[in-house]
Design a protein around this ligand. Structure first.
Ligand SMILES: Cc1cc2nc3c(=O)[nH]c(=O)nc-3n(C[C@H](O)[C@H](O)[C@H](O)COP(=O)(O)OP(=O)(O)OC[C@H]3O[C@@H](n4cnc5c(N)ncnc54)[C@H](O)[C@@H]3O)c2cc1C
Length: 432
């Protein structure tokens, strides 16, 4: 019934590879596919490209991967060299859009996927909501880079949410930047023993303010990243638990509460930190940031044990991914794990099967919605790792189109060979 309705919708576009979502994973997937000579259409529901990296105000690209991936290219484009230094989101919006154009990717903004067209178990395209109403886009291969796994779920791919014990997901936050700081103070992590000018511990001050109610309920650390303009700090502090980033009502509630917290946290900084008396909010995420929503079921599932043991795979597409287990507490303040547990990780591989659904054909997924457990997700979700995933998966889709086979039937060694020809290191032990 639904498919009969979709078939009657006006055709907006046709393409070989369609990528839905222009975050770090989708951008790289689109450029990667286009570099194989495919006709690639990238569609994005917002009015600019970059996803969390721009509109989400997540200004620090984190995570290690092997040498030669698109993470290196984007590090240059963002002027960070791939290091954890806040990038300029305004420059990024323009440069990323230009990068797409220069690489021959066709882009549609303000275009939200709200349905999937299918023939039996094969995806044939998507239905999008635009200002002109619902329309169809036909594609040979579709890549879900929506972060939320929306395309895959609409195509019928099963998914999980949250941790196994109670289904709770990581909390939401809105990151923001303050300006007008006249101090050198930075604090990026629970393990930083930052001191105030009078030698008091900054972290202890945060804890006291949390207990007294000066800071919001679940906020006991206010992370302050420096490294861009001298008088600016990127603030990662506010937090809201028990919300679901795929629920429109929860998104609205998160937006209101987290913006209230921005002012509470900023007042704490002004009132307690020498040099922060005149700081002001310069810019914030355009929407609440949800660290975790749906995790799709793939042919394979990345487990926490793969990450703690540094498991290497013959069917690797992302090599030597490295980031701690970064689980912001789903049920209170701080982190869910102690530092020792969080840091018990080794460079690991992400195999092809984590990007491929079990039953549905002509569909791949990439980015934070890939197939993995709640704990594994807390590591692979960071942006540098998502970029490397995007490159590999975009290439897989392009090669499938060129060979006229469904992407799920691609021979992994063919994808690997092409990645290596591009300079991506897949089988050695160096981590950059
Ligand atoms: C609060 C917070 C702090 C974080 N801090 C860091 C950090 O410091 N460093 C780091 O590296 N990572 C951090 N992360 C993680 C990281 O930002 C994400 O995991 C990463 O951006 C995922 O990339 P992605 O491309 O999969 O998804 P996103 O960046 O979420 O991009 C998905 C894109 O798809 C679009 N989209 C969604 N649905 C549709 C649809 N139906 N139709 C069309 N388009 C759609 C979205 O608008 C978006 O542009 C943080 C995340 C959050 C929320």
């Amino acid at each position: 019934m639904e498919q009969t309705f979709f078939a009657k919708l006006p055709l907006l576009e046709e393409c070989q590879v369609l990528v839905a979502g222009a975050g770090p994973a989708g951008l790289c997937a689109a450029v990667s596919a286009a570099r194989e000579g495919c006709d690639v259409l990238l569609i994005e529901k917002l009015g600019s490209v970059g996803g969390a990296l721009t509109a989400g105000h997540i200004r620090t690209c984190m995570g290690g991967v092997s040498e030669g991936t698109m993470r290196d290219e984007l590090g240059k484009l963002l002027e960070t060299g791939g290091a954890c230094i806040p990038h300029d989101t305004e420059k990024a919006k323009y440069r990323l859009a230009l990068w797409l154009k220069e690489n021959g990717v066709r882009l549609l903004l303000g275009t939200c996927v709200c349905g999937v067209t299918k023939e039996a178990s094969s995806v044939t395209g998507v239905v999008v909501a635009t200002a002109d109403g619902l329309m169809r886009i036909d594609a040979k291969e579709v890549i879900d880079a929506t972060g939320d796994g929306t395309v895959a779920v609409l195509a019928g791919v099963p998914f999980e949410k949250g941790r196994a014990s109670d289904g709770l997901m990581q909390p939401a936050s809105i990151l923001y930047t303050i300006a007008g700081v006249e101090s050198d103070l930075v604090c990026t992590h629970e393990s930083d023993d930052t001191l105030l000018p009078d030698s008091r511990s900054y972290l202890a001050l945060c804890k006291e303010a949390h207990l007294s109610g000066e800071l919001p309920k679940n906020v006991d650390i206010v992370r302050l990243y420096g490294g861009a303009a001298k008088d600016e700090r990127l603030v990662n502090a506010n937090q809201l638990c028990y919300v679901d980033g795929t629920s429109p009502a929860d998104i609205a509630a998160s937006d209101l509460e987290l913006r209230r917290q921005i002012h509470q946290v900023t007042n704490f900084l002004r009132n307690n930190l020498p040099g922060f008396e005149h700081c002001r909010v310069l810019q914030s995420g355009e929407m609440p940031g949800f660290r975790e929503t749906r995790r799709l079921e793939g042919r394979e599932k990345l487990e926490a044990s793969d990450i703690s043991s540094g498991r290497k795979r013959e069917d690797v597409l992302v090599h030597n991914a490295l980031f701690c287990f970064d689980t912001h507490n789903p049920d209170g303040g701080g982190q869910a794990e102690d530092l020792e547990t969080a840091r018990a990780v080794k460079p690991y591989d992400i195999p092809f099967g984590c990007f491929v659904p079990k039953e549905i054909r002509h569909l791949l997924f990439v980015g934070r919605c890939i197939s993995g457990s709640h704990k594994a997700h807390s590591s692979y979700r960071v942006m540098n790792i998502c970029m490397a995933m995007g490159e590999a998966v975009g290439l897989a889709a392009a090669l499938a189109v060129i060979r006229k086979i469904p992407s799920c039937e691609m021979n992994v060694s063919d994808i690997q060979q092409k990645l290596e020809q591009r300079g991506v290191c897949l089988f050695d032990s160096k981590v950059s």
